[in-house]
Design a protein around this ligand. Structure first.
Ligand code: FES
Length: 576
């Protein structure tokens, strides 16, 4: 044992387990109460398994099984696995929004990794925010890191139809119109969420799983293997084996997360019709690892990328269909003319090498660049006096006829105001209106909730109107769709011009020319600003107070100003 310790001084875990005297005794002895033999401390790589398992995060409820598979792989490769929990964020249950806690969870992850004797870490991510929070935290430490996603649910079946999360919005409209009953609604719940895993469509969780694979942070096929498929355990076991090698190679996050890797991720996100939430999370990750990325990059690098994956909500199919059709490597291979194929990935190969043998088994699911499902994909960034720092829109999920539109604003000051008045028969709204929702941004909600795709009032649905231009400083679920302008920056609560919009003002959206303008003069806006007051949320203590005072605007990734960058992995002081 002593010899091994000498040979492995470079491993950071040896600053704990390799010590002699009292300190070494304390670092090892309490670990031994778990039945760990002495030779596990001999200088072999210690692999942290960062687990977001929680019964309150149903999408991640199977993660204990995955962690066991990772451990087998770590042992097989000669490492020592140690599983630890971090804050888990379940999208469906957490109020007011899981996004409020993304940065808090990232702090938990960062400090848990840095403070403990781990040489490499496997991040078990699933439901939307668990991926960015874990990757952000790990970036600020920058040790060898590999991501495993929990995998999507199998698609649901309801009354002879395949269904997934995007149908929640359709069911809600049908329920509003009396087309389905409450009991049918309840039946659909179990029909949709019938297996373990995260949302079965290209919502935010699948977007995040795709993002980590495109960035090179996971083994190939991580994005699409269903949670219920036995191969999800196999990729977890392989990941366990690989992270041990990564430690020996000192393959840290910053060696993989280059500017080219981020550009690849943006292009792949466009091709698969990924969520608008991708923008905010990728910006935050870039901010942590120190890559210069800005909101214009999302438009620039996705502008000429067509939609290659026929997946809901931009298309028709589900994540499991993507896996059966060749998985993400098949999509990436179609894009080899435009991607940085030499970008390094966690398995030590380039992204180009990883997809060299990929095949497309179903052209109804994965198209070619020459004959795509839709010519317009990716993220459009619109700017103007209503969004000087930018706002985003997802063309592939929008109504083509509304991409250039001028209409009168119907303004809701808060989400409560929207709920109170949207079904008012006297609400002055028609098919040409532009719905505007204020105070749902990072500071205003707080946490920037997914309420941007406001439901259309029943009186318009009955007339067959299913989409209007909708503008807000909030976000939209990755499973949502419509001509929805999101992430307006600066937000209303920070005094952006969005706060000054009044009912009846004309707003013009021109996506081809990337503009969003409020047709009100600067003089009039200056007058209105004299009477403007920021909403008072009366939050005086705790994390939320810290968040409100330090969160940055959406176009910067909504991270907290003091969390940007990294502090590395060195801890010099002992604990006793
Ligand atoms: Fe967890 Fe959709 S609710 S991924």
């Amino acid at each position: 044992m002593e010899n091994n310790m000498e040979e492995n001084k470079a491993l950071r875990s040896q600053n704990w387990f390799g010590k002699t005297g009292k300190d070494g005794f304390i670092y090892r002895a309490w670990m031994k109460n778990q039945g760990i033999p002495h030779d596990q401390f001999d200088g072999r790589p210690v692999i942290g398994i960062c687990n977001t398992w929680s019964e309150l995060t149903p999408c991640n409820a199977h993660f204990r099984d995955l962690a066991e598979a990772v451990k087998i792989g770590v042992y097989e490769a000669g490492g020592f696995p140690v599983e630890f929990p971090v804050m888990s964020l379940g999208e469906t249950l957490i109020k007011p929004t899981a996004m409020l806690y993304r940065n808090l969870a990232s702090m938990d992850v960062e400090e848990s990794i840095r403070a403990n004797p781990v040489d490499g870490v496997v991040l078990l991510c699933g439901c939307d925010k668990t991926t960015p929070s874990l990757v952000m935290g790990a970036c600020s430490v920058d040790i060898p890191t590999l991501v495993i996603s929990g995998g999507p649910m199998l698609k649901g079946h309801f009354k002879g139809k395949d269904i997934g999360t995007s149908d929640v919005w359709r069911f809600a409209e049908a329920y509003k119109l009396g087309q389905i009953s409450q009991s049918e609604f309840v039946e659909a719940e179990a029909c949709m969420a019938r297996t373990q895993g995260h949302c079965a469509v290209m919502g935010t969780a699948s977007t995040m799983a795709t993002m980590v694979e495109a960035l090179g942070l996971s083994l190939p096929n991580n994005a699409s293997i269903p949670a219920a498929d036995a191969r999800r355990k196999v990729i977890s076991q392989f990941s366990g084996r690989r992270i041990v090698e990564m430690v020996k190679e000192n393959l840290t996050l910053s060696k993989i997360l280059t500017r080219e890797a981020f550009e690849n991720a943006i292009m792949v996100n466009a091709a698969i019709g990924g969520s608008t939430n991708f923008v905010i999370h990728l910006l935050a990750i870039a901010g942590r690892i120190g890559v210069d990325l800005n909101i214009e990059d999302f438009d620039k690098f996705s502008q000429n990328i067509p939609l290659l994956a026929n997946l809901q909500p931009s298309g028709e199919h589900f994540m499991e269909d993507l896996y059966y059709s060749g998985g993400l490597p098949a999509v990436i291979k179609e894009m080899r003319e435009v991607l940085h194929n030499d970008a390094l990935t966690v398995n030590g190969k380039t992204i180009g090498e990883n997809c060299a043998d990929a095949e497309v088994y179903n052209r109804n699911i994965v198209a070619t660049m020459e004959n795509p499902f839709k010519p317009n994909s990716g993220i459009a960034v619109v700017k103007g006096n209503l969004s000087p720092n930018g706002a985003v829109l997802k063309p592939s999920a929008a109504t083509p006829e509304l991409m250039v539109h001028r209409g009168k604003a119907v303004v809701f000051e808060t989400i409560e105001d929207y709920h109170a008045r949207i079904e008012d028969p006297n609400l002055d709204i028609d098919e040409n209106s532009v719905m505007v929702l204020k105070n749902v941004g990072p500071k205003g909600y707080p946490g920037m909730a997914e309420v941007g795709n406001m439901g259309i009032p029943k009186k318009l649905l009955e007339k067959g109107v299913h989409d209007l231009v909708r503008i807000s400083d909030g976000r939209m679920s990755g499973t949502g769709f419509g001509t929805v302008v999101l992430h307006v920056s600066p937000e209303a609560a920070a005094g952006g011009n969005l706060a000054l919009v009044q009912n009846g003002d004309y707003i013009s959206l021109d996506v081809p020319n990337r503009t969003l303008n409020l047709e009100v003069s600067d003089e009039e806006l200056a007058e209105r600003r004299k009477n403007w007051e920021a909403i008072d949320m009366n939050i005086t203590r705790g994390y939320v107070n810290l968040y409100i005072n330090h969160v940055e605007q959406a176009h910067l990734g909504a991270d907290m100003d003091f969390l940007k960058g990294k502090s590395g992995s060195i801890v010099t002081r002992d604990s006793h």
